[in-house]
Design a protein around this ligand. Structure first.
Ligand SMILES: N[C@@H](CCC(=O)N[C@@H](CS)C(=O)NCC(=O)O)C(=O)O
Length: 203
């Protein structure tokens, strides 16, 4: 199994975290940014818009973090990291996984994205995200009230997505107003698998 990542911090740490939780061995390949790397024909054959991460499981090639997490969870149901198709929890879990992946993460990523360097453009992006993020933080805060994890008592791939996006907010100083979310994200980021996977590495 091979995990494609950038040399510096990127979303591949989320996949590495899950692989560590499952105890599955994997290799990594660092891809450069640019025509020789994520825009090369070889890499575009794995990930059609040249985004990191991608995962080659030896049987199939996966791209998009949310899809990779979900596919790994369903390929290895014995780890119980996402409710299966017959579970009464399935619809609720899908709602949260997609909300976090498709809606919350892009908003939070604006706080840390390295490719917008023009100060005026950056200010506009951050201003918009600071406004938009509140409804998500508020919903997550409510969802987590009285629970250890987003889906209840059990850690799941939903928590990987939530923690990593919340860390973007933390880097922007936003979690000071959300103490429960801050302590949840800090606690989850310290899980042995997250630490071992260097999920939050910077380089
Ligand atoms: N929605 C995608 C976003 C992937 C993404 O934007 N990855 C960044 C690195 S974390 C990337 O590849 N950036 C380079 C680029 O956009 O060309 C996912 O969650 O996997």
């Amino acid at each position: 199994m091979k995990l494609y990542r950038f040399v510096n911090y990127d979303r591949s740490g989320r996949i590495a975290w899950l692989l560590m939780e499952m105890g599955l061995p994997y290799n990594t390949e660092s891809i450069a940014y640019g025509p020789e790397g994520n825009f090369s024909a070889d890499y575009l054959a794995k990930s059609p818009v040249g985004k990191i991460p991608a995962l080659d499981t030896d049987d199939e090639v996966l791209f998009e973090t949310g899809a990779i997490l979900l596919r790994l969870a369903e390929l290895h149901p014995e780890h119980d990291l996402f409710p299966g198709p017959d579970s009464p929890q399935r619809a609720h879990a899908l709602n949260w996984l997609f909300l976090l992946t498709a809606s919350f993460d892009p908003v939070c990523f604006e706080f840390v994205r390295p490719d917008v360097t023009d100060p005026e453009e950056k200010a506009v992006c951050i201003h918009r995200s600071e406004r938009d993020v509140v409804r998500y933080l508020s919903a997550l805060d409510k969802q987590l009230a009285g629970k250890a994890f987003i889906l209840g008592d059990q850690f799941s791939i939903v928590d990987i997505q939530a923690t990593c996006s919340l860390m973007y907010c933390q880097a922007h100083g936003l979690l000071e107003d959300w103490p429960a979310l801050k302590s949840y994200a800090m606690r989850l980021a310290q899980r042995p698998a997250a630490v071992k996977a260097e999920t939050f590495r910077v380089g």
